[in-house]
Design a protein around this ligand. Structure first.
Ligand SMILES: [Zn+2]
Length: 139
């Protein structure tokens, strides 16, 4: 008789990794390397690799913007081109806060880039909540 393999879903695997990495609550310093790494992971598990990378990524102080992260739309009307720039804080209270923020901004990117949506916190945005919860994060 063949032994049945217990296979974990990729979301469950990622959730386990995230839980392990976020077990110690300490201040997290943002790196471009981590943004790239987790973008790839979240893209694979949550967006089935349908998300194109941000046109640009910038780590900067967002105190004045009163947000933890944001997607800035860069548009050249005459050329008819547009790209999306991700801005993230230099540090977060915890790694979990960093990951929550990154997935949040990635849902905004998906709304605007893939679905031509206005990228607000509408029903479309919140429809991603179950998928995000599956990997142990919050929108
Ligand atoms: Zn938002």
């Amino acid at each position: 008789m063949r032994k049945k393999n217990k296979t974990m879903s990729s979301a469950a695997k990622l959730k386990r990794t995230i839980t392990r990495q976020c077990s110690i609550k300490k201040k997290y310093a943002t790196t471009y390397k981590d943004i790239k790494k987790y973008f790839k992971e979240f893209n694979r598990v949550v967006f089935r690799n349908k998300l194109s990378a941000f046109g640009d990524v910038l780590i900067k102080d967002l105190t004045r913007e009163k947000c933890m992260g944001q997607v800035v739309t860069m548009e050249w009307k005459r050329k008819g081109t547009r790209f999306y720039k991700l801005e993230m804080e230099p540090s977060y209270k915890s790694k979990r806060d960093f990951l929550d923020t990154l997935i949040h901004e990635m849902v905004h990117l998906y709304q605007m880039q893939n679905l031509g949506d206005n990228g607000t916190h509408n029903d479309l945005f919140w429809s991603f909540e179950p998928k995000v919860q599956k990997i142990g994060l919050r929108l």
